[in-house]
Design a protein around this ligand. Structure first.
Ligand SMILES: Cc1cc2nc3c(=O)[nH]c(=O)nc-3n(C[C@H](O)[C@H](O)[C@H](O)COP(=O)(O)OP(=O)(O)OC[C@H]3O[C@@H](n4cnc5c(N)ncnc54)[C@H](O)[C@@H]3O)c2cc1C
Length: 486
């Protein structure tokens, strides 16, 4: 053990999750060691669409990075003949009130430009006097089975640290070094996936085109590709991030016969088929990356002196946008993990259960058939969306509790009582007023339809228009069956 590190908490991984833990330890005056290379501003990246907790945390705790935040006003989703839009401003009144209380400007849910964010976050976090940053890689972990304690962390230069507590934030591309040392076996949920993803850049370095922005530009656009129309089955994302757009597709790893380039080409075509024509704005290609990934459950995510964060703990459908939020929860709990690991661990477990509820709702949308009747289709999709909303709100409550507990009693009361208590009543009105589902006869009209009702522009707090007057629906949306009006 070297002198400059001593016996301290150790964090593995110096990207968003590890940096957030470091930030909170420093904020509480706790000396610690952060191990990992400075994040390079490379493309493409994952972890760009944030849920309620992630969005709120970024704006509350890190308003200085607002240039990397881009509005996520809606979630558009496309599956076969159906398309829908879900207005994320449903949480607007709560966030709006909270932001006003704390004195920060209101922004809706956000997309996060990880290319810029992570490097700048690293520079700021590692400047803190309580953080000892070591640009190295962990190659081994010593674990005491009897006491469930991590005893040592071995670096690639042979140095060995003895952590008082270990935060494992080594993320998606780690070699699951902690699982191996602790002999933790993850359970595969569903089928193994393969993901191809890339960024398209806007012409002249910006994503602006003439005229008002198309609806998809302020939305997380989720698309369930179906072989009948799209040649492949898969789940795709299109996430606009200001001067570029993030595109990716997840397919069954065993069934996939396509190259990464072909997967992206088929995804581009599938979006275009629904009228999401992002290539007219973002035309410059960049590197395409392909990686295998799995949805996995982990039997133990924390122990006597260790906790797993982000991808190292559980991995659910990326469409839940919940991983960054989960990391933020653990980061807020970091000081409590040092004092009372079991208490902090219980809160974390409850939070993760709620993340899985979101996973199953999303899995239902992607993989269960949509009933043939309009009423059946509407009920199913609306039910899934409401389930999605309420699990987000559960997480928000736990996050508020975590945040309050680690600050003064006064702030706990502010978060938990004034804000959280308003939530349950809110759920009742969300499904009706904020979800819109359509089944136009022409696939190409899907995007035009779901964004025609001024939803992309509802930046002010208020319900999305559902029962839109046909005269206000926008131009040339013919023969639309408006399922949501049932
Ligand atoms: C297809 C897909 C899409 C996703 N989309 C979203 C999304 O939209 N929203 C969301 O919230 N989440 C999403 N996720 C989850 C996403 O991976 C994480 O949210 C996000 O990247 C969290 O950042 P991180 O810091 O935990 O991990 P990473 O960004 O993976 O960083 C881990 C860091 O640890 C370092 N490291 C690894 N091993 C070691 C070692 N042995 N020693 C030292 N350092 C090490 C790495 O170099 C890296 O810098 C997605 C995941 C997948 C697979």
């Amino acid at each position: 053990m070297t002198q400059h590190t001593g016996e301290r908490p150790v964090i593995i991984g110096a990207a968003l999750s590890g940096l957030a833990v470091s930030y909170y330890l420093s904020k509480h005056g706790i000396p610690h060691v952060l191990i990992g290379r400075r994040p390079a501003p490379t493309r493409p990246r994952l972890g760009e669409s944030l849920d309620l907790v992630g969005s709120l945390e970024m704006q509350l705790e890190f308003p200085q990075y607002s240039e990397y935040y881009h509005p996520k006003d809606t979630i558009g989703f496309y599956k076969g003949d159906h398309a829908g839009v879900f207005c994320t401003n449903l949480t607007g009144p709560i966030i709006h009130g909270l932001c006003r209380m704390i004195g920060i400007p209101f922004i809706p849910l956000i997309h996060l430009d990880r290319v810029g964010f992570d490097s700048r976050f690293y520079d700021d976090v590692t400047r803190a006097p309580h953080c000892t940053a070591i640009e190295s890689t962990v190659v081994g972990i010593d674990y005491d089975d009897d006491h469930d304690r991590v005893m040592g962390v071995v670096l690639d230069d042979g140095e060995r640290l003895e952590p008082t507590f270990l935060f494992d934030a080594s993320g998606f591309e780690s070699r699951q070094i902690l699982d191996t040392a602790l002999r933790i076996t993850k359970t595969l949920v569903g089928r193994s996936q393969y993901v191809a993803f890339t960024h398209y850049l806007g012409r002249d370095g910006n994503g602006e085109a003439g005229g008002p922005p198309p609806g998809w530009k302020h939305a997380t656009n989720l698309l369930r590709l179906v072989a009948r129309y799209d040649e492949i089955d898969g789940v795709a994302w299109a996430i606009p991030l200001g001067s570029y757009i993030s595109i990716g597709v997840s397919v069954d790893a065993d069934a996939n016969r396509h190259s990464d380039d072909e997967l992206i080409r088929l995804t581009d075509a599938a979006y275009e088929r629904r009228g999401v024509e992002y290539k007219s704005v973002f035309a410059e290609p960049s590197r395409i990356k392909g990686i295998p990934y799995e949805h996995t459950r982990t039997p133990r995510i924390h122990g006597a002196n260790w906790v797993q964060i982000g991808y190292t703990s559980n991995q659910v459908w990326f469409t839940s946008s919940s991983s960054v939020g989960t990391s933020c929860l653990v980061a807020n709990l970091a000081p409590m993990f040092l004092r009372s690991p079991r208490r902090a661990g219980r809160l974390y477990e409850r939070y993760v259960q709620s993340v899985w509820r979101t996973h199953w709702r999303q899995d239902g949308i992607f993989n269960q058939p949509i009933p043939d009747t309009e009423l059946g289709a509407y009920r199913k999709l609306r039910g899934d969306m409401i389930g999605f909303i309420s699990s987000n709100e559960d997480r928000y409550m736990l996050y508020s509790i975590a945040k309050g507990r680690e600050n003064s009693l006064q702030s706990a009361l502010r978060f938990s009582s004034q804000v959280v208590k308003k939530l349950p009543g809110h759920v009742a009105v969300l499904g009706r007023r904020y979800v819109s589902i359509a089944r136009p006869d022409d696939l190409g009209k899907q995007s035009q339809f779901i964004y025609a009702a001024k939803i992309p522009h509802c930046r002010l707090v208020g319900p999305c228009p559902m029962r839109d007057d046909p005269g206000e629906r926008g131009p040339s949306v013919a023969k639309v069956k408006l399922v949501s009006d049932l």
